[in-house]
Design a protein around this ligand. Structure first.
Ligand code: DX5
Ligand code: ZN
Length: 226
């Protein structure tokens, strides 16, 4: 089994004090910083670009997992790589040249990820499996935090887990994740869990207990709770 990681989505952070909030959530037990970039075109919402990401890069040494919900994506890969991304994930639906985007990310010295919307079949991954480091399964339609998990996606997670086999690929799930469904998601084969509202709800005093609850559910499902 690949290591388990909790990835707080900073889409749910307080943007007026973004750096402090990112520092606080990682100190509370977050493993990976999940950075949601939206363009108001590929998805119906706008967040922030590489300069904002670059400025929060300074507050933590943790891995930056950058989820690009933008189209076209290729012209912006270099800016996110230079801005401090460790993993850059593009959407399979965002352009006609998925393989080229993955090649470009690796050529920039970064890990490459592919994300699939809930309506996209896992077959799009078949011929790029050896060109990626991370698969991100969206379990809500991307664009907003706080939506409800789509249960039909569990089956897709299971299928993708089987496709991965023993390749060194992390399987990440994003959207509507809570301490109540984390166990089922991990049992289906995911090892990276993104959570926005479930981590940030209740404000800073609650971050640690929110993260602990998700981790407990996930580790129990993995049989790793000590
Ligand atoms: C949605 C984003 C997610 C989102 C998750 O488009 O990709 O990362 O912030 O938020 P929750 O956990 O609230 O569904
Ligand atoms: Zn995301």
């Amino acid at each position: 089994m690949r290591p388990f990681q909790i990835c707080p989505s900073i889409l749910s952070a307080d943007f007026a004090r973004l750096g402090d909030d990112v520092r606080a959530v990682m100190a509370a037990g977050g493993d990976v910083v999940h950075v949601d970039v939206m363009d108001g075109h590929f998805v119906p919402n706008i967040t922030f670009g590489p300069d904002v990401m670059k400025s929060i890069r300074k507050v933590t040494d943790k891995v930056f997992d950058v989820h690009l919900m933008i189209s076209p994506v290729d012209p912006y890969l270099e800016a996110f790589a230079k801005g401090g991304a460790d993993i850059i994930t593009v959407h399979a639906e965002a352009g006609p040249h998925l393989h080229r985007s993955l090649q470009a990310i690796r050529a920039l010295g970064k890990k490459a990820g592919v994300s699939l919307n809930p309506g996209t079949p896992e077959s799009v991954l078949e011929y790029v499996l050896d060109d990626l480091d991370l698969i991100l399964v969206m379990t809500v339609n991307p664009g907003f935090g706080g939506q409800k998990f789509i249960p039909a996606c569990l089956d897709k997670i299971r299928r993708i887990h089987a496709m991965i086999g023993d390749r060194p690929i992390d399987l990440e799930v994003d959207g509507g994740l809570t301490a109540d469904n984390a166990g089922a998601i991990v049992a289906a084969g995911a090892n990276w869990l993104v959570a926005g509202s479930a981590v940030f709800k209740g404000g800073e005093p609650a971050y640690k207990s929110n993260i602990d609850a998700i981790r407990r559910a996930a580790l129990t499902a993995r049989g790793e709770l000590v």
